[in-house]
Design a protein around this ligand. Sequence first.
Ligand code: APR
Ligand code: PHB
Length: 385
Amino acid sequence: MGIIGAGPAGLLLSRLLHLQGIDSVVLENRSRDYVEARIRAGILEQHTVDTLTAAGLGDRLQREGLEHRGIYLQYPGTRHKLDFPELCGRTVWVYGQTEVTKDLIAAQLDGGPPLLFEVSDVRPEDVDGDSPRIRFTDADGVEQVLECDVIAGTDGFHGPSRAVVQGAAGRVWERTYPYAWLGILADAAPATDELIYAWHPEGFALYSMRSPSVSRLYLQVDPAEKIEDWSDDRIWENLATRFALEGWELTTGTITEKSVLPMRSFVSTPMRRGRLFLAGDAAHIVPPTGAKGLNLAVADVTLLAQALVRLLHEKQTDLVDTYSDRALARVWRCTHFSWFMTSMLHRSGDDFDAELQLSQLRRIAASEPAARELAENYTGLPLDL
Ligand code: APR
Ligand code: PHB
């Protein structure tokens, strides 16, 4: 098994296959430090926690992860709690996805399958036959060829695998949103027990966290905004305005990281060509409002691992033949939900839109079925829709 990309998708796939006795080699073009330093989101669905724990990767997650039992939806004058266990019997976990990647890399390097960093010129070849290969140059500059039974393209949005799968038969759907997120990490104790998704006339704001002493907060900004134009004071002032609620106060602190993150929806179909299979961001990107990015990648590789075990151990092709359709069913569901949350909460500048958004928010606050639909999607639907 050749796996291109050592992000959460590639590393977890390698681990799941390893536990089933299937060898793999993971090829990563960046350094370990770079991969581990990438800023990522922080919400894990229960199936993600269960999958990581079953794969022997749950120790630090269980120690440091924070189980969360709901979210707040806020709009002027109201901060409404959605109680997930009451609505759908599930919860989510707050645990930095950066930490998930670190845990996966540590496990891989501690007796797991080979993980090669800083490779270059990675090229999947002959994927339409039964003996595909990956040509690449290793970190020492030596040309290498990896002969495979199967290749996984888990190389993210900018990797080479999607273009090979796309070929002539593929199709791409894309929507770029007219706003971005300015995200900060701050040494400030979260002033809320659950995440707050706040609609405000001046723009959306999200209150998340990483630990009892570290807050993770986001502000809707124009995509053209430059982070250097946002002083710490300006950031805190905007956050205080957008989260303002009678009798509540924002906790501020030292900002340790800040960046502007673009927002888009992207789906590439199919997710397979012959013996090359896509999983994770290589096939789809969702706006972070629905907290789906990593969870969707985990769902892909869970389905893919099952399919590859059946192919390589039992010589049955039924699961690999249906992998793309089954994975895309969940991709489109999560793409819709992420679009729904993004469209409901972000100001477009159009007052008609604002009235529709406020009507939707009031409906969710007043209607248990409407709240349940959000809760079921947010906490994660069954893997195989
Ligand atoms: N050769 C080898 N590796 C490559 C190449 C290449 N040509 N191009 C990209 N890569 C590597 C990237 O450096 C990255 O480490 O592939 C990896 C892809 O990882 P991610 O971009 O993290 O994508 P994925 O593993 O699908 O993660 C999905 O996890 O944390 C969330 O928000 C994150 O949505 C993302 C999700
Ligand atoms: C985060 O904690 O980074 C986070 C949480 C929820 C989201 C997006 C990001 O919807």
